[in-house]
Design a binder for this molecule. Structure first.
Ligand code: AMP
Length: 537
């Protein structure tokens, strides 16, 4: 027998409508490149998002067409988050930290028809413009300077709206947003988020034991809007009607602390590198910054060090450790102390908070080794596999990546975990040998391949080495060909032709040989051990 409830689609449109109707006066605060702040509101975002949807439709955007964005975190970016999907398009956020070669590949693979780009990011777009077929480029004036000749101004584009816009009837499983992950080796892979996934994920991250979001919160999204939808905050914030603070390109500790203080931020989300910077600034000058007394900060993207959680506790802000992936919309777990463990000793509780934690409701997970589930003993290692309503079932147009899913329908995360007696997961390692610097991936294999294309290089292995600021930075271990010569600087300059600056190893060490496994693969764990205590200059 069927239930007698309405079959009501879960779409981003309903989130926008609610925010526009009930929270129109709630502010969206954004920071411009010149550091000045400007204030918009859900009322304005509502009107402008609808205007954007109407104008994109007039410009020929059809159902499912991809509209790329190349933007920092600010209110116009928020307008695209809503304006594109409510008109039937797919908002495709481009990671502005990628190399132009990768961006060209991604834009072509996604077949983006439109691009909305910050004027300050036009120089980046111009580096790959000739290699992509974008039909219409709209430029958001952020710098205060006139939009360069030959480009269309976003404000002029929106001004063409008549207000006669009606939402298409969207199915909840239609795509609303898109993001490419470079989280594994090989080419970047596209993840297509459905309306349904974004809505359910919003409900879930708002829960008290997840990010704990409420209407009266002031939410600072430090995590970039080009990285996994800023962890879903722009959707969840509008759903609950919470004030949003968007820092533009200014992500240094001082600029962020200014925002925390001025806007009375109650909740913020970012990667450990950002929080470590904030911690240092707070400890250097205790009492200088007046933070909201109950401030909570989600820390994800890389492991939150236990020492950092403890140090923040002393100062007031509470770190909520969370794990997720682009393929998971992205939140998967958070770590909090269950009521039944409240009487555990303090040290054990900190140990738990530094773990990645418990799965969110509707995220199912298991650790697998040799086709068997690992026991909950906190010792046995296994590959973390997940499934749930906001977890990708496939990549966009990449059938060759099918092996990332098991035959029984679980997604292989590539993370290696233990699960303790209480069900808390702890990420022990990554099965993939990637480097995560400041929350962004660097592929070691790509760097090695490039290094090994240098005439003087025999072999190269690039490994992640702990770094006090960036969590990890790449170190290149190079074996030179017999009688060949090359310096550290020369090799890094060579990489500069292909890689963005932040992806290039900070140092090259010359070694006799690279340790190998029995089947002849690089034994990087050995190198990581050897260089674990590497002193960065
Ligand atoms: P991305 O898709 O770029 O968000 O990267 C996802 C990957 O980041 C995961 O597979 C993990 O390897 C890593 N990651 C994310 N959050 C955490 C965390 N809290 N602790 C450790 N690793 C994490």
């Amino acid at each position: 027998m069927l239930g007698t409830m309405m079959d009501f689609p879960l779409t981003v449109t309903t989130i926008l409508e609610r925010a526009g109707k009930y929270f129109s006066a709630v502010e969206i605060v954004s920071r411009r490149p010149d550091r000045s702040l400007y204030r918009s509101s859900y009322g304005q975002v509502y009107r402008r998002a609808r205007a954007l949807g109407e104008c994109l439709q007039r410009a020929g955007m059809k159902r499912g067409d991809r509209v790329a964005t190349l933007m920092w975190n600010h209110s116009a970016h928020l307008e695209t988050y809503y304006g594109v999907p409510v008109a039937g398009g797919v908002a495709h956020t481009l990671n502005l930290r990628l190399h132009p070669d990768d961006l060209a590949y991604i834009v072509n693979h996604a077949e983006d028809r439109f691009l909305i780009v910050d004027d300050v990011l036009l120089p980046l777009y111009e580096k790959f413009r000739d290699r992509v077929k974008i039909e219409r480029v709209v430029v958001v004036p952020q710098s205060g300077k006139p939009v360069p000749a030959g480009y269309e101004n976003y404000e002029d584009f929106l001004a063409q709206a008549t207000g006669e816009f009606s939402y298409p009837a969207l199915g909840e499983n239609e795509a609303a947003a898109m993001c490419y992950t470079s989280g594994t080796t090989g080419k970047p892979k596209g993840v297509l988020y459905s309306h349904r996934a974004l809505v359910l994920h919003s409900f879930c991250i708002a829960l008290a034991d997840c990010f704990g979001l409420a209407q009266r919160d002031v939410l600072l999204a430090v995590v970039p809007m080009f990285h996994a939808n800023a962890w879903g905050l722009p959707f969840a914030a509008a759903m609950i009607g919470g004030k949003l603070v968007l820092p533009g390109p200014h992500l240094d500790a001082e600029s962020l602390l200014e925002l925390f203080e001025r806007e009375r931020v109650t909740y913020a989300a970012g990667v450990p590198t950002v929080w470590l910077g904030i911690l240092e600034a707070l400890e250097k000058d205790p009492g200088h910054w007046k933070l909201f007394p109950g401030l909570r900060m989600t820390c994800g993207g890389a492991a939150a060090p236990e020492g950092m959680i403890r140090r923040f506790d002393k100062l007031g802000p509470k770190i909520i450790h969370s794990w997720g992936m682009t393929e998971m919309t992205p939140a998967g777990t958070t770590s909090y102390i269950k009521s039944t463990l409240e009487n555990w000793p303090e040290d054990k509780k900190y140990e738990l908070r530094a773990k990645q934690g418990l799965p969110l409701p509707f995220v199912e997970l298991r650790g697998m080794t040799m086709e068997r589930e690992i026991p909950w003993d906190g010792k046995t290692l296994g590959e973390l596999q997940v499934r749930g309503p906001w977890i990708a079932e496939s990549y966009y147009n990449q059938p060759e990546e099918k092996e990332r899913w098991t035959a029984d329908g679980w997604f292989r995360t590539g993370d290696v975990v233990t699960i303790d007696e209480e069900g808390y997961i702890k990420i022990a390692d990554r099965s993939k040998d990637l480097i995560k610097s400041g929350g962004e991936w660097i592929s070691s294999v790509d760097l090695e391949n490039a290094l090994m294309s240098h005439p003087a290089v025999q072999e190269a292995a690039v490994i992640a080495v702990p770094h006090p600021k960036w969590q990890e930075r790449p170190l290149a271990c190079v074996v030179l060909k017999k009688d060949a010569k090359a310096s550290d600087e020369e090799l890094r300059e060579f990489l500069g032709q292909k890689f963005a600056k932040w992806q290039i190893p900070d140092a090259v060490v010359f070694v006799e040989s690279i340790p190998r496994t029995s089947v002849g693969k690089f034994l990087k764990s050995k190198l990581r051990e050897q260089f674990h205590a590497w002193k960065w200059e």
